[in-house]
Design a protein around this ligand. Structure first.
Ligand SMILES: [Zn+2]
Length: 314
């Protein structure tokens, strides 16, 4: 009996032991589960942190790049502004070179108290120019030559001679091709500058600027009237003034003008005028002008005209 009682105790103890063991296992299992969960969470957090850091690094890299780009843009803008200011200053200085008196003189070119005549030759220089220079020298008269840049480059020695002998060199553009020079107001200025540079090179004076332009075909009217009008403003903004003519010998009106024709045109277009700006040409085909020049000068002198150049204006 006692034995069986002991057995029951033993059995109970065993159950207790098993339960304890089971609880222990459960506890350990739970603890492990919690531990693993914590571990997983920690690892996920670490990965997320690393990713966040990488993103932050990338972002700060991009930010630095953006800031650098902005800085460069700003510097470029600043340089552009400085360049513009310098150009504007140079332009203003150039404008200041032409005095108010000179501007007034050019505006009133066709008016004068006394009789005066400006002999002007367009489209040269050419092989005819030295003959004209010879006549001018013999007659002791100074004239004004509206040169084409394209011809200046062909005959730089003649340009040099014109300048050295005291004549005024003015500007007639580069190409004399209407569709080119009148493509836009800016192309008129471009041709002026191109020609001015060619003259500078020919005469060896890097500062040379005639400030005087004659529109090929004349300023007024024609197919390109609107462009010319706008070009006039563009030129004036660059201290360049234009002059046409109010008298001519008709050397461009017919291919072979006779001496009579020349003198008739001169008389007709000069009649009743005190201030003459006389259009002639020293292009290659205008030999008649060179031949007629002594007579032209004598006629004008006989009428009481005093010869002037644009040196007297500027
Ligand atoms: Zn011309």
């Amino acid at each position: 009996m006692r034995r069986s009682k002991d057995n029951i105790y033993a059995m109970c103890n065993l159950d207790d032991e098993e339960r304890r063991m089971k609880r222990k296992k459960q506890t350990i299992g739970m603890a492990l589960l919690v531990l693993i969960t914590l571990l997983v969470i920690t690892i996920v957090c670490i990965i997320q942190n690393i990713q966040d850091m990488q993103r932050a690094k990338e972002f700060s890299g991009q930010l630095v790049q953006y800031q650098e780009q902005k800085k460069q843009e700003l510097e470029a803008q600043q340089r552009e502004e400085e360049k513009r200011v310098a150009e504007e200053k140079a332009r203003q200085e150039k404008i200041a070179e032409v005095s108010e008196e000179a501007k007034h003189n050019i505006e009133t070119i066709y008016r004068s108290e006394t009789k005066r005549a400006f002999l002007t030759f367009d489209d040269g220089p050419s092989i005819v120019t030295p003959t004209i220079l010879q006549v001018l020298k013999e007659k002791n008269v100074k004239a004004t030559f509206f040169m084409l840049g394209s011809n200046v480059q062909k005959l730089p020695e003649t340009v040099k001679q014109v300048y050295a002998e005291g004549h005024y060199i003015a500007n007639h553009g580069y190409s004399h091709v209407y569709s080119a020079i009148y493509a836009s107001p800016q192309s008129v200025l471009d041709e002026y500058n191109q020609t001015n540079q060619a003259i500078q090179t020919a005469i060896g004076e890097p500062e040379f600027n005639s400030h005087l332009f004659r529109f090929p075909g004349g300023y007024a009217g024609g197919k390109y009237a609107a462009i010319k009008q706008q070009a006039k403003d563009v030129l004036q903004q660059n201290a360049i003034y234009h002059v046409d003519w109010n008298c001519l010998t008709g050397d461009a009106e017919t291919s072979t003008p006779t001496p009579e024709y020349t003198m008739n045109r001169l008389q007709a277009t000069s009649a009743g005028k005190n201030s003459l700006v006389i259009l002639m040409h020293d292009a290659q085909a205008k030999k008649v002008t060179a031949d007629m020049l002594p007579q032209i000068i004598d006629y004008l002198a006989g009428q009481g005209y005093e010869f002037k150049t644009f040196y007297d204006i500027f």
